[in-house]
Write a protein that binds this ligand. Structure first.
Ligand code: SAH
Length: 217
């Protein structure tokens, strides 16, 4: 099914409305969500649902997150234009693309080679030149580029991974879904102060698990 320009415009309007009604009112975040076309990150039969506020399947048995959750996490991360951001779990690349409009530099790590390759191709097509996508095990972070102003984890861990906490700059913020796999998890915002870390619970979420090691494909 090919959508007409009018249908696409209407779906995009509803898309932004759904995000606003979940409490995302930060103008920079809303603008980024308007500018990055989610349709570029979803393939095949799911493409026609790209502007619905639902998670959708992508390759390697993974999912592209629900747009309102992407928006909420981005707003909670409070990214500034000079920030260096680390994302763990590239998936489709959609979250990284949104962040790339708000930050100076985005590093994103994915354990599946296929997903990392596909995401790099989309970043190139959309001219998002400030994103570096690395295939690797993100539970160790990216020590060679640390420290980071902001860290976002888009897969659920039982606890915020220690190496990621260590790679957060003082005054930095990390957003991470925490909880047991296959259960409702909590989105946590960690702020690093001069003497330690503050933890704040934001809302219930549901993510695929953070898995140790790189995948075969
Ligand atoms: N942010 C993505 C959605 C992520 S789905 C988007 O915008 O589309 C979670 C992703 O985390 C999956 O692609 C999964 O393969 C990846 N992942 C899980 N454990 C990982 C790990 N240890 N290191 C890197 N990536 C991991």
């Amino acid at each position: 099914m090919t959508l007409s320009p009018d249908e696409i415009a209407e779906r995009k309007m509803r898309f932004i409305y759904a995000i606003r009604s979940r409490g995302v009112l930060d103008a920079r975040v809303l603008e980024a969500m308007e500018r990055i076309d989610r349709g570029a990150f979803v393939r095949g039969i799911f493409a026609e649902r790209a502007y619905d506020d639902v998670p959708l399947p992508i390759a390697c048995g993974q999912t592209i997150s629900q747009p309102s959750v992407v928006a909420l996490m981005t707003q909670a991360l409070d990214v500034g234009p000079r920030d260096k951001v680390l994302e763990i779990g590239t998936g489709s690349g959609y979250q990284a693309a949104i962040l790339s409009l708000l930050a100076r530099r985005v590093y994103t790590v994915e354990r599946h080679r296929q997903l990392a390759q596909d995401a790099r191709a989309v970043f190139e097509r959309l001219n998002l030149a400030n994103i570096t996508c690395i295939r690797g095990d993100g539970s160790h972070g990216l020590p060679e580029q640390a420290p980071f102003d902001r860290i976002i984890v888009t897969a659920a861990a039982e606890d915020p991974p220690g190496p990621l906490l260590a790679q957060l700059r003082i005054d930095g913020i990390m957003v991470v879904p925490v909880g047991q796999t296959d259960h409702v998890q909590s989105l946590i915002r960690v702020t690093r102060g001069p003497d330690g870390y503050d933890y704040e619970e934001l809302c219930p979420v549901r993510f695929v698990p953070l898995v140790d090691g790189v995948a075969d494909g």
